[in-house]
Structure formats: structure tokens, C-alpha cells
Design a protein around this ligand. Structure first.
Ligand code: AMP
Ligand code: MG
Length: 433
């Protein structure tokens, strides 16, 4: 079955991982743009081109601390027979006094790194090749035209487009924008998110636990995963396993968010209300259930904001709803597989997993029918050969296994056995990008 066969309603059958991802991405659209600054733009995605208003470097400048010279003066210079030059000035970065200095035969000028190189200077010899002797220096090597001079415009010419829309803003890109002298620019808005934990058994960390109760870890882990990718505008909710309460909170979340991520209450249990409540509220189900492990019951739906009376109009009209499974590993793995690419697409960034082939470090066994994302530790054993070892604690309630993992190994849907040493696809797990 190809994906077009699944459209428009995909919920009747279990999708493959690829079909589910495709269906999600088809339903994501870029959010509006907003103004970012050098201190707020990290991890955001540029929505306009940024051009250079001037050449970079802006002027010829020295790459080293040394002495500006005429090349001909040093034709005979060797360590045994250094050439003596008279120092006639000094140029330091940011100090303009000697920028117009003229060198005559037998003369040199001290120039510090980044300082403008006067027009008559042909090369800068490194300080390390010179010995100072009062107002003179002894140079022990030849040079050539342009040595250690960074040329105006050699990196970027004035008017050039330096950064294209769709660029993810990393630390060097922040540096580049600052170098261009730009302080404000347009980036895609990152989504406003509601994270909803479900379950009567949940208590907040720090509270005393009653019998059969556990601490709510999903809310914290999911908010952390959002924050780690630069999404800060997040509201947390907890609902008990009560249909009305669930409906009230999901409605409020739909009115106030671009993206809703619930965890738990989405399977086939008595108290699993998330999917039904979403549908009652007008959310269009795109799919429910994927042939993967962990994460089979994942629900995905789309709602249009104008169908709600009191919708926050400062945010986008389209709302995405992810109902993730409640087991902590399932919630985070499916966040990584599906929510993360959706958030990137909402910022007009096509994210690709960092996918490699590795040798599986021990036999793998399972039932066929679902793609198993085995939490693994990948290491490079020899040049270019990766080895992936399943982490201990593979059950979907065992966060330790995921905490120790640096990759998700794709144990194919149809396979039941994969012997040690066979190649396996892995996606690197990096919560921070
Ligand atoms: P559910 O899908 O609601 O049946 O939840 C599956 C499992 O995940 C159950 O064992 C829940 O107790 C557990 N679980 C659900 N939500 C959370 C949460 N927020 N934090 C930790 N565990 C959870
Ligand atoms: Mg539950």
C-alpha cells in the first residue's frame, strides 16, 4: 500500500513508520514569522535572506602579529643571514593613526593581528621570524606578495546573500549575523505547545505517593525535549482519567496552542479517552496506530482554530494534536520520531535523521509485524565501522535504557531475527538538535 492509497482517512489500518511520518509532514505548515535578535535567535529558522551590506573582510588586514614589509627587501633573508629593516611605525587593530603609512626600501612597520594593512605594505612577516633590535628588526626568512594579509572581500562581497531562508541558526550563524552588523531579522515562530499528562495514578515529583501511584515523568521529559530543541512556549496540564476533564483541558489547549502533545490515555483501555475526546471536539483524525514498537497507539489529528469560539488569534489557525503513548520510553521515542520533525516543518525546516548503517553487536529477536526501534549505543570500532549494541532495559517503561542510548536501531518490521554482525540502520539520538 502506498501513502496515496491511505488518503484521506488513514486511521482504519496501522500505518508503517514511513507512512505515518509522511502523513504528519503533509499536514504541517510553516508558522508566521517574527522578529528575532542576536540573543533570542538560537535554534530558530531564518525566514528571510540576510545580505552583506559591505565586503568581508571590510579592509585588508593582518592575519598575524608581525611586520609589514616590501618583498624585495627580503630576497636574501635566511636564518644565517637575516636582513635588517628600520621600523617606521606601528598599526594596531582599531587604531587608525598609521593606516596611511608609506614604506620605503629598507623599512618595515609593526602590524598587529586584525590591524589594517597600509597600502604600500606587500606582506606581513610573522613576529616569530624577526628579532627586535631597538628601532630595527632582523628578518630571517623571505616572503611573498600578500603573505599573511587577509584581503578585503575575500570571504563575502558587498551585496551577496550570506544566509538563505530556511537556515537553522547555530552559534556560528549568530556570529556571522553579528559580523554583518545585523541586530534584528525575521525567523519562523516556533509553536506554542500544550503538554498534557493523563492518568489518575500520576503525582508530581516531590508530592507523597499513595498506593499504586507513580510520579509524572512524561510532562517533565517532554517539556525538556521541547526546550532542548529551542521551543520555550509550553504550557503543562495534567488530567485525570475522566472524559469531561479530558475534554475541558484538550479544548482549552486547542484554543491556545499550535501543537498539543498528550501522553497516555490513547490506547484501547477503559479510560483511554484522548482520541474520542479529540474527535468530539472536531479534531480530524489523520491516523491512530502505527506498526512500530515502542509507540503503536500514536494518534495524530488536525484541527482548524476557527472552529473554536475563543481561539487565540495571535497564533496559527491550524492545530496539530499528537496523542503519544503513556509509557515514558514510548512517549519520548515517538516524540523523537514524529513530533520533532513536525516542529521543524512548522518552522519550514526539513529535518533529516542522522542515519547510518552499523553492525549489530548481538543477536536481535522479535515477532514480525512492527518496526522495532531498539535503543542502542553506537560506537566506532575501527576506521569507518560502526557497531550498535542494544542498551539493557528495552521495555517501554524503562527510561534507563533510553537514557543510556545514543541511537535508535531499526529492527525491520518483517524480520524476526537479526544475527550479530549483520548491518542495521541506526538513527543518532540527539536531544539537543
Ligand atoms: P496509558 O497509555 O495511559 O495506559 O499509560 C501507559 C503506562 O504509562 C502506564 O503504566 C502509565 O502509568 C504510564 N504513564 C502514563 N503517563 C505517565 C506519565 N506522565 N509519567 C509516567 N508514566 C506515565
Ligand atoms: Mg493512563
Amino acid at each position: 500500500m502506498n501513502t496515496s492509497d491511505c488518503a484521506p482517512k488513514l486511521q482504519d489500518s496501522m500505518l508503517t513508520y514511513e507512512q505515518a511520518l509522511k502523513a504528519i509532514l503533509e499536514n504541517c505548515q510553516p508558522l508566521s514569522s517574527e522578529t528575532s535578535t542576536l540573543s533570542t535567535a538560537l535554534k530558530k529558522v531564518l525566514s528571510e535572506p540576510l545580505k552583506a551590506a559591505f565586503d568581508l573582510p571590510q579592509f585588508n588586514n593582518s592575519a598575524v602579529d608581525g611586520y609589514g614589509v616590501l618583498v624585495e627587501d627580503l630576497l636574501t633573508a635566511t636564518p644565517q643571514n637575516p636582513v635588517k629593516l628600520k621600523m617606521v611605525g606601528e598599526v594596531a587593530a582599531g587604531i587608525q593613526e598609521c593606516a596611511g603609512l608609506t614604506l620605503n626600501q629598507g623599512e618595515c612597520a609593526r602590524i598587529l593581528t586584525g590591524a589594517p594593512v597600509p597600502g604600500t605594505v606587500e606582506a606581513v612577516v610573522m613576529k616569530e621570524n624577526c628579532r627586535v633590535d631597538g628601532d630595527y628588526i632582523h628578518v630571517s626568512c623571505k616572503t611573498r606578495i600578500g603573505e599573511s594579509i587577509r584581503l578585503q572581500g575575500e570571504e563575502i562581497e558587498a551585496g551577496a546573500t550570506v544566509l538563505k531562508p530556511g537556515t537553522m541558526i547555530s552559534p556560528p550563524i549568530i556570529g556571522l549575523i553579528a559580523t554583518l552588523g545585523i541586530t534584528e531579522f525575521k525567523t519562523y515562530r516556533s509553536p506554542k505547545v500544550a503538554v498534557i499528562a493523563t492518568g489518575n495514578e500520576l503525582k508530581e515529583p516531590g508530592e507523597p505517593l499513595g498506593e499504586g501511584e507513580i510520579y509524572n515523568s512524561n510532562s517533565y521529559a517532554l517539556v525538556a525535549a521541547l526546550n532542548a530543541m529551542g521551543v520555550q512556549n509550553v504550557v503543562r496540564y495534567h488530567v485525570r482519567d475522566d472524559r469531561e476533564e479530558t475534554a475541558k483541558v484538550i479544548k482549552e489547549a486547542l484554543e491556545n496552542s499550535d501543537l498539543i502533545i498528550s501522553a497516555g490515555g490513547v490506547s484501547v483501555g477503559e479510560y483511554d479517552y484522548v482520541k474520542d475526546v479529540c474527535e468530539d471536539l472536531g479534531v480530524d483524525t489523520v491516523f491512530w496506530r502505527i506498526a512500530i514498537k515502542p509507540g503503536k497507539p500514536v494518534y495524530f489529528g488536525v484541527a482548524e482554530g476557527h472552529t473554536f469560539d475563543t481561539c487565540d488569534t495571535s497564533i496559527g489557525d491550524r492545530k496539530l494534536v499528537f496523542g503519544l503513548p503513556g509509557n515514558p520510553v514510548s512517549a519520548l521515542v515517538t516524540f523523537n520520531l514524529f513530533v520533532k520533525p513536525a516542529i521543524m516543518k512548522m518552522q519550514n525546516f526539513e529535518s533529516k535523521p542522522k542515519r547510518f548503517k552499523a553492525k549489530v553487536a548481538r543477536n536481535l529477536k522479535k515477532k514480525s509485524g512492527r518496526l522495532d526501534f531498539v535503543r542502542g549505543m553506537v560506537t566506532a570500532t575501527e576506521l569507518g565501522v560502526l557497531s550498535a549494541m542494544p542498551a539493557s532495559g528495552q521495555e517501554s517503561h524503562m527510561l534507563t535504557g533510553l537514557a543510556n542510548a545514543n541511537c535508535l536501531m531499526h529492527f525491520d518490521q518483517d524480520l524476526e531475527f537479526l544475527p550479530e554482525g549483520e548491518p542495521i540502520t541506526i538513527d543518532l539520538l540527539n536531544w539537543f538538535e
